[in-house]
Write a protein that binds this ligand. Structure first.
Ligand code: NAI
Ligand SMILES: O=C1O[C@H](COP(=O)(O)O)[C@@H](O)[C@H](O)[C@H]1O
Length: 264
């Protein structure tokens, strides 16, 4: 990708995971509604490429997106318990604004931060907690219909559908990454479900790197590390994007401490 890449929600956890590993790999433009402290901005990013703006503000987005070749759209309300007025505005309206403006200026690739919560209601009482365990064969692979377990998940399913629409209307490549549980340094502690959907910081950065490098049309993939415990298949991310994760929650004890073979 020779053109600039616009990263929305750059100051958040996912944004910082990406910038921490790929800060000098792209010509980044960073957008967040909160001003970014200097420690959150890679040295290679100039002041002119940092935008304090809301993704629901189409005028501000138009200004930031001009000349961009790809968008990584992370900005939104990430709380599973977020109320409808917040996800309607920040997640649904914000994603529609980003896709509309991206399509208008001919952006080639658009990567959208969807969520495990778009399919949270597949975790039925009769399947859990067995489905979180290594010996269970249940898998979601991205071809299933969304089945949200909360309004936040509904907003992510809506974002995926908006992506489908803008891909079909404009030809822009769109990938929706159903991110699992991003945790720095170790899998979520004493949380089987979180360990099954752990996404390490380096695998997160690598996955979004592949979203910027690979050729695809419209994709829905799961964003988790190569965990032994899993109920999301990463086959589609491997096949469509060339995702090759390095981390596995099985390399850690339940309390998050590394097992001997990977301990420093
Ligand atoms: N962290 C995780 O494990 C997961 C995250 N995701 C998704 O990834 C994305 C990023 O999540 P995190 O980095 O964890 O959240 P975060 O809360 O750490 O970061 C979100 C960033 O977006 C900005 N933002 C929020 N609303 C905005 C708006 N209307 N306009 C401009 N900027 C806005 C915030 O200021 C913040 O810097 C979210 O869309 C979230 O739903 C999905 C699944 C798992
Ligand atoms: O979409 C998201 O999912 C992760 C994992 O969900 P959880 O229910 O296990 O906490 C969550 O931590 C993150 O905030 C959210 O954006």
């Amino acid at each position: 990708m020779d053109k600039p890449v616009l990263l929305t929600g750059a100051g958040g956890r996912v944004g910082q995971a990406i910038l921490g590993h790929l800060g000098d790999r792209y010509h980044w433009r960073l957008l967040d509604r909160e001003p970014l402290s200097s420690d959150k901005i890679p040295e290679t990013v100039s002041d002119a490429d940092v935008f304090v703006a809301d993704v629901t503000d189409d005028y501000a987005v138009r200004n930031a997106i001009d000349g961009v070749g790809a968008v990584v759209h992370l900005a939104g309300d990430p709380r599973p318990e977020a109320p409808w007025d917040s996800v309607l505005r920040n997640n649904i309206d914000g994603t529609q604004t980003m896709l509309e403006e991206a399509a208008n200026v001919g952006v080639e690739k658009f990567a959208f931060a969807s969520s495990n919560h778009a399919v949270g209601a597949y975790e039925t009482e009769d399947r859990t907690p067995q489905m979180y365990r290594t010996d269970d064969q249940f898998r979601l692979d991205g071809s299933e219909l969304p089945r949200p377990g909360n309004l936040y998940g509904v907003s992510k399913a809506a974002g995926e559908t908006l992506g489908r629409y803008y891909h079909d209307e404009s030809g822009m490549s769109v990938v929706c990454v159903r991110i699992g549980n991003l945790t720095r340094g170790h899998p979520p502690r004493n949380y089987e479900r979180g360990q099954a959907m752990w996404l390490s910081y380096r695998d997160c950065a690598h996955l979004f790197d592949r979203c910027l490098q690979a050729d695809y049309e419209y994709e829905v993939v799961y964003g988790i590390s190569d965990n032994d415990r899993k109920y999301y298949s990463i086959d589609r991310a491997r096949d469509a994007l060339g995702y090759d994760p390095q981390d596995n929650s099985a390399d850690y004890h339940a309390d998050g401490t590394p097992k001997e073979h990977i301990a420093e």
